[in-house]
Design a protein around this ligand. Structure first.
Ligand code: FAD
Length: 314
């Protein structure tokens, strides 16, 4: 079934829904563990799951294998990510054909970052330059067979300093035939809500799912947000400071923050949430439990101090 149909159904039933994103592990043991986790997380009732695609097709076989198993063995509605740079069109054709053969009807169409070890992405001969090209290509070749998702950037895409031009490029890929949007992770809900308003004002009506990444550990969070220049509200930095050396306390704070962010978005009318699970179960499960979306199995451990979670914000 198409993700867009599932979203439409959930919205018409006025119920919140969620999806999980996984990446292909590097080792065989990691793959076995991932399948085990997917099977358990099936019980959390995701509307669909995503599997990422290594830039330049570096994980193509494994991404396809995981997608095929998730779709046909675990019965999880699966969306395969597909990038289009640093890769010939023939590789895209093979991926789309195999996805179709496996009964997968959902593709997240992306440009892709430079493959590991390379500084820039490239358009190879017979390949594409931007996500919009891939959206057009899939629509031309497959008509309505695939439901196509695209990436959105509430803070603007890091490579484009011109936010207005970036929004217009975003609109172009939606207009080329996208069915829904999943956003880049963010930690400032106001930025997300404001971006959604601007996007809607441009006439974009397809569903938008915010990408949620519960904080897992302090150094990883600092490194990742610095690299991607993600806006981190000061209250989060203040809350994390006293617990930065206590991994479990940071994880628990990450869950509380994710619950608070989703609650704020829900109050603003958001019904769907996309979780970057990092192939882990606990933080996502606890967030869903805390939101009352699934029955609780365990309590989040009380923190040794009272986090502000933005309560003192002006
Ligand atoms: P595009 O929409 O093509 O935009 C990229 C940049 O080009 C932007 O700065 C835009 O303003 C500019 N631009 C767009 N069109 C034009 C044009 N016609 N002329 C000039 N400039 C233009 N990466 C992976 O490798 N594998 C994954 O599985 C993966 N999954 C992701 C999932 C999500 C939800 C998100 C948000 C990102 C994901 N990424 C993944 C990262 C993504 O590949 C990068 O963010 C990449 O830099 C941009 O991809 P895009 O599809 O958004 O690009």
């Amino acid at each position: 079934m198409k993700v867009s149909d599932k979203i439409r159904k959930a919205e018409s039933e006025r119920r919140c829904f969620w999806s999980f994103e996984y990446f292909p592990p590097k080792t065989d043991v990691g793959v076995v563990n991932l399948f085990d986790r997917m099977e358990r997380m099936y019980m959390l009732g995701p509307e669909f799951i995503d599997v990422t695609w290594g830039a330049g097709g570096t994980t193509s076989d494994l991404t396809l294998e995981i997608c095929t198993t998730a779709q046909s063995v675990y019965g999880l509605e699966t969306c395969m990510h597909l990038t289009c740079t640093n890769m010939p069109r023939e590789k895209i054709d093979i991926a789309l054909e195999q996805a179709k053969k496996a009964g997968i009807q959902n593709i997240l169409a992306l440009r892709g970052d430079p493959p590991r070890g390379q500084e820039n992405w490239t358009k190879v001969d017979t390949g594409f330059a931007y996500a919009v090209d891939l959206v057009r290509y899939i629509r031309e070749k497959y008509g309505d067979y695939f439901c196509i998702g695209v990436a959105g950037y509430p803070e603007g895409h890091i490579e484009n300093p011109d936010k207005e031009a970036d929004l217009l490029h975003f609109k172009a890929k939606v207009d080329a035939g996208a069915d829904y949007v999943v956003t880049q992770l963010f930690y400032d809900v106001d930025v997300y809500l404001d971006w959604v308003k601007r996007v809607r004002a441009m006439g974009i009506t397809i569903p938008i799912l915010p990408g949620i990444l519960p904080i897992q550990n302090y150094s990883g969070f600092k490194r990742m947000t610095a690299l991607s220049k993600t806006i981190v509200p000061q209250f989060i930095l203040d809350d994390l400071e006293p617990i930065k050396d206590d991994d479990q306390a940071v994880k628990d704070y990450g869950v509380r923050l994710a619950i608070q962010m989703c609650t704020q978005m829900k109050e603003a009318g958001q019904m769907g949430f996309h979780f970057y699970c990092l192939n882990l179960e606990r933080s996502t499960r606890l967030t869903l439990e805390g939101l009352g979306f699934v029955a609780p199995r365990e309590q989040v451990r009380p923190l040794p101090w009272n986090p502000s979670l933005g309560k003192n914000r002006e």
